[in-house]
Design a protein around this ligand. Structure first.
Ligand code: SAH
Length: 258
């Protein structure tokens, strides 16, 4: 059974197709030690894909020391300039925040979050996103996520160290993974296909263009309509096929008004 699930990859490490579909994305990290500790936290839970968005530090000796042997994760790290780039291929994006309900957004409990990852990671790429040590994730970054997750810590002292937040949420993913392996928790055989982040972004641009073409949105005073629509479509999680229908309607409107 284990042989079927694990195989040696080209880099010589054991690969696990399900857990390898989970990316841990750290945005704007400023302490290299936290990157090393996050790598260690991931590796003990069987996660391997680390992505750094616009890091404010180098992967230096401190990072290597704190990774305590999880240097393979640091060696294979991807570094990108913005969050959209990190998550463009992902069909599930969850942003973690110490502040629950800063925005009205679908929330997951850490335990549900673990299960959601295992459901999606069996078929597609997913991302768990962490914010900056001092300021967390911006509202714009949080709004690109499908769900938010908050570790229900002491309300008077609720902010975990970045790597410890990575540890806690990676542990929940591992627990869901082990339950799935034991057959206690089944991922549906017919997993629905959800659009990747970049496909949703193309839809939002298309929707905005058509809303402007038909003068529903005023170019000079666009207001918050697009924000509200983004929230609506993020909340309702259209499937790939449903999104294609919506794109088709927009294209038909464009043809009619041409
Ligand atoms: N002062 C910042 C805290 C940043 S801690 C803020 O108010 O957001 C760095 C990161 O660790 C956060 O962006 C978040 O991704 C994660 N984190 C810390 N505590 C958390 C908690 N209780 N629940 C979920 N994520 C948490």
């Amino acid at each position: 059974m284990l042989d079927m699930l694990l195989s040696r990859g080209s880099n010589g490490f054991w690969e696990n197709p399900m857990l390898d579909n989970v990316k841990v994305v750290l945005v704007g990290t400023s302490h290299s030690g936290n990157i090393g500790s996050a790598a260690r936290a991931m590796k003990v839970m069987g996660l391997s894909r680390l992505v750094l968005v616009d890091p404010q530090c180098e992967i230096d000796q401190q990072a290597i020391a704190m990774s305590s042997g999880a240097t393979d994760i640091l060696e294979n790290v991807s570094i990108v300039g913005c969050l959209a780039e990190a998550i463009s291929e992902c069909s599930l994006v969850v942003g973690s925040s110490a502040r629950s309900r800063t925005l009205e957004w679908p929330m997951l409990e850490p335990r549900e979050c673990g299960k959601k990852f295992i459901e999606h990671a069996s078929v597609s790429s997913t991302a768990l996103v962490f914010g900056r040590e001092r300021t967390g994730l911006t509202n714009d970054e949080l709004q690109t996520c499908h769900y938010h997750v908050c570790i229900p810590a002491n309300p008077e002292y609720s902010s975990l160290n970045l790597a410890m937040a990575v540890q806690t949420l990676s542990y929940e993913i591992r627990m869901a993974y082990l339950e799935h392996e034991k057959g206690l928790y089944r991922v549906s055989d017919e997993m629905i296909e959800f659009p990747r982040h970049k496909e949703l972004e193309l839809f939002f641009s298309h929707l905005e263009k058509v809303a402007k073409d038909i003068d529903f949105i005023d170019e000079q005073q666009p207001g918050k309509v697009m924000n509200k629509l983004r929230r609506l479509f993020t909340r309702s999680r259209p499937e790939t096929q449903e999104l294609n229908i919506l794109r088709g309607i927009l294209t038909a409107v464009e043809k009619k008004i041409r």
